[in-house]
Structures are given as structure tokens and as C-alpha cells.
Design a protein around this ligand. Structure first.
Ligand SMILES: Nc1ncnc2c1ncn2[C@@H]1O[C@H](COP(=O)(O)OP(=O)(O)OP(=O)(O)O)[C@@H](O)[C@H]1O
Ligand SMILES: [Mg+2]
Length: 160
């Protein structure tokens, strides 16, 4: 038995973790992600993209896994930016490719005809598609421990 406890590893560039337990926490995650993006020197458009992505991923963790965690990381190399990692301990996603498609929500494609009822009660199936379009990188996977991990990055646009 080692007599000295090993040092905890602090992940480089980790900024903060927001815990998601209730719907207001998604707003807080959105706000903190936007602040962190702002601090990297990103444009308003970049900050806005990061805010939407954080809100959508956090809302999915709350909706489908009853909570989760949002980790924010500063990126330096090869390009400055921000990484959002959202993890949950829910059921995972059966078909990731389908889930990423616009209009796919809760196991089926949304029909035009049920738009009104759905908008009131359910999602549009547009959250993940929006994250994919707004961010520079986006990966979605089922964690081997269970639940989902989403990783999305936005870089500073560098004028050429
Ligand atoms: N964290 C998650 N855990 C389990 N399933 C998920 C998770 N995130 C997304 N999904 C599945 O992927 C589908 C698509 O997600 P997406 O965010 O695009 O749409 P939505 O949440 O249904 O609607 P919207 O985001 O437009 O309100 C969801 O309906 C759900 O079935
Ligand atoms: Mg969603």
C-alpha cells in the first residue's frame, strides 16, 4: 500500500463543470459556456453558437437522462477556442446517425401534420442538428459506462 496518496490529476485547460439537475441549470450552462467563449476572444457569432450548443446538449441531458454534467475546456493548440463536453448517465442513444438528423425525435421522424401538438409537448428533433451545424467539431457517443457523451468545439476564426 502506498503511504502517500497519489496526486489528483487536473485536466489541463479545464475551466469549470456545471451540474445539470433541473431545467434552470441548462440556462446556467448556456450562460457559463457563453462567458467562457467570450473570454477566448471569439466573435459574437461564435459566442452565440457556443451558447446554443451548450443549451441544446444540456437540455437533452435533462430531458432524456434526468441530468448530467457540462464540462468547459479552453483550447490553445492547434487553434484557440472552447470545448464543451456534456455527459449523462441515461439510457444512451439507440441510433446516433438517426438522432443527428433534423426532424428525428424520440424514435421517429416528426410528421408535418403533428406539428402543433408536438411543438407544445415535445421537441422538434432539431437540437443535435443545430449543434452539428453551429460548431466546428461535434462528436456524439454512447459511453461504455452508460449514458451519452457529446463533445463539441468552436475555434476562433482567424483572418487569413
Ligand atoms: N442525452 C441523450 N440521451 C438519450 N437520448 C438522446 C439524448 N440526446 C438526444 N437523444 C435522442 O436523440 C433525439 C434527437 O435529439 P434532438 O436534440 O435533435 O431532438 P429533441 O431533443 O427530440 O428535440 P429538440 O432538441 O428540437 O427540442 C432525441 O429525440 C432523443 O431520442
Ligand atoms: Mg434536443
Amino acid at each position: 500500500m502506498p503511504s502517500i496518496a497519489p496526486k489528483p490529476t487536473i485536466e489541463p485547460n479545464w475551466l469549470e463543470t456545471i451540474f445539470l439537475a433541473q431545467s434552470v441549470d441548462a440556462l446556467w450552462a448556456r450562460h457559463r459556456a457563453a462567458e467562457a467563449a467570450r473570454e477566448t476572444g471569439m466573435t459574437d457569432r461564435g459566442v452565440w453558437s457556443v451558447a446554443i450548443a451548450a443549451a441544446e446538449l444540456a437540455s437533452n441531458a435533462l430531458k432524456f437522462a434526468k441530468g448530467g454534467r457540462v464540462h468547459l475546456y479552453r483550447l490553445d493548440e492547434p487553434r484557440p477556442g472552447l470545448r464543451i463536453v456534456v455527459e449523462d448517465d441515461g439510457p444512451g442513444i439507440e441510433n446516433i446517425e438517426l438522432a443527428l438528423q433534423d426532424g428525428f425525435s424520440e424514435g421517429r421522424f416528426i410528421q408535418q401534420s403533428d406539428t402543433r401538438a408536438r411543438v407544445r409537448l415535445r421537441g422538434l428533433g432539431a437540437g443535435l442538428g443545430a449543434v452539428r451545424r453551429l460548431m466546428d467539431t461535434f462528436a456524439l457517443e454512447n459511453r461504455k459506462e452508460g449514458g451519452v457523451r457529446a463533445v463539441a468545439e468552436k475555434f476562433l476564426s482567424i483572418a487569413l
